[in-house]
Design a protein around this ligand. Structure first.
Ligand code: ATP
Ligand code: MG
Length: 428
């Protein structure tokens, strides 16, 4: 009987992993341009961290967490809470008043697995802690948009403001009054939400609830002066930076900690899994977790969804391997000569592949193609006796003879010379 991975848990195999590396490399490049430093946190945290930050009556905490009930620990369902826990624990605010941090890694949620929705999934998460200025919000969204653009993805940005503890109760009242009149038409989940968390009704996926809330009051019209001004400057900032966006008064997000700015990067190409990234401001959260009274804002991109989009865009063909050189040894003496030569070349920094099974030249040339080798060095027993090897350029198909001389060291220096020459001619 074969043992397979758990439902919703996936291996990332060669051919696909190259796209993951591309996504991650692009992210690291862009994040560092915007002065973010990396932070890495553990995967297990105390359950209380998430119930206190994400909110008891959210889907994540109510039904999606992987919790060891006997130990009161949970596999992190998202990165923000852990990152803030680490920020507080290490007193990072003392070192720098504004911290710009990013982290990349797996998150765990017990959801129904589908395309683009897994139980172990991966996020690239960025957070700016300590900055209240609405320009930071705009800049952060612009950074996300730039990264998606660098990856060649077309994604739209949706924006909302959720107000603050001063203005949200007012909106909540207005929304409740609206919902009360239509209570019977709501789905069972939303009936429950009316008492536990009425804002959640706004992003119910049920089609009849969706139609119903279209007429609901807009939070954007219930913002206090401070929130309204802040929201105004965020939008001006996006315009200044040339980042297109649209307002979405229904976006409430699945975590309770958000205040003011919330946003999502949306794609039309992944069906129900439309959000490739999402985030927002969480101005009271750090204090609520026992830290200093500082504001914060961040967002997370879902890597599975980014990779799916890249695959759809580029076709699923396996990305070719890449190596500088394939060394083909033919015959026992030659194979024995090749073994230390390959190692010496690798020590010099070349990417080298070879055959270990004494296969035919034809088969070794096939392997060289698969390995994406730029050059193949062919050494047979007869060549070795004549003190020669053949270096073939795989692109131009040109071959040249190289004198092996007295052994591995001599060949090595000849090869390195040959590569230097080729590199120069390639660069010109
Ligand atoms: P969704 O509405 O799709 O459930 P979410 O609002 O729960 O998303 P967030 O908690 O904001 O998602 O996480 C940020 C990003 O992480 C999402 O935009 C998405 O790209 C990705 N993500 C969230 N949950 C999953 C999952 N189960 N599998 C794969 N990616 C996910
Ligand atoms: Mg979700």
């Amino acid at each position: 009987m074969k043992i397979t991975a758990l439902n919703g848990f996936k291996d990332i195999v060669p051919g696909e992993v190259e796209l993951w590396q591309r996504v991650e490399t692009a992210a690291r490049t862009i994040f560092s341009r915007f002065s973010f430093s990396e932070i890495r946190m553990p995967i297990l945290e105390k359950t209380e961290l998430f119930s206190r930050s994400i909110g008891e009556s959210t889907d994540i905490v109510e039904k999606e967490m992987y919790t060891f009930v006997d130990k009161q620990i949970t596999m992190r369902p998202e990165a923000t809470a852990s990152l803030l826990r680490a920020y507080i624990q290490h007193g990072l605010h003392v070192q720098k008043p504004i911290q710009r941090l990013f982290t990349i890694g797996p998150m765990f949620r017990h959801e129904r697995p589908q395309k683009g929705r897994l139980r172990q999934f991966h996020q690239m998460d960025v957070e700016v802690i300590g900055a209240q200025n609405p320009r930071v919000d705009a800049e952060l969204m612009a950074m996300g948009a730039l990264l998606l653009e660098e990856l060649g993805l077309t994604v739209s940005l949706e924006l909302n403001s959720l107000g603050c503890p001063a203005c949200r109760p007012d909106f909540r009242q207005a929304l409740l009054a609206f919902l009360e009149d239509r209570h019977e038409a709501l789905c069972d989940d939303c009936k429950r939400r009316c008492t536990s968390n009425p804002l959640r009704v706004l992003d119910c996926k049920n089609p009849s609830c969706r139609t119903l809330v279209e007429e609901a009051p807009s939070i954007q019209e219930h913002l206090c002066q401070g929130c309204s001004d802040h929201f105004g400057v965020v939008q001006e900032g996006l315009q200044q930076l040339g980042v297109p966006y649209s307002l979405n008064k229904f976006m409430v997000r699945g975590l309770d900690y958000y205040t003011r700015t919330t946003f999502e990067f949306i794609t039309g190409d992944l069906g129900a899994q439309a959000a490739v990234g999402a985030g927002g401001r969480y101005d009271g959260l750090i204090e609520q977790l026992g830290g200093p009274k500082v504001p914060g804002i961040g967002f997370a991109l879902g890597m599975e969804r980014l990779v799916l989009l890249l695959q759809q865009q580029e076709g699923e063909e396996v990305a070719e391997g890449e190596s500088d050189l394939f060394v083909a040894g033919l015959g026992e003496v030659a194979t024995n000569f090749v073994f230390p030569l390959v190692h010496a070349l690798r020590r010099k920094g070349l990417q080298v592949a070879t055959d270990y099974e004494g296969r035919s030249l034809k088969s070794q040339m096939k392997q060289a193609n698969k390995a994406g080798a730029k050059w193949v060095l062919i050494i047979g027993d007869t060549e070795l006796e004549e003190g020669q090897a053949v270096l073939r350029d795989m692109q131009s198909q040109e071959q040249e003879k190289i004198r092996i001389g007295t052994g591995v060291d001599a060949l090595l220096s000849l090869l390195l010379q040959a590569f230097e020459k080729k590199k120069i001619s390639l660069e010109q």
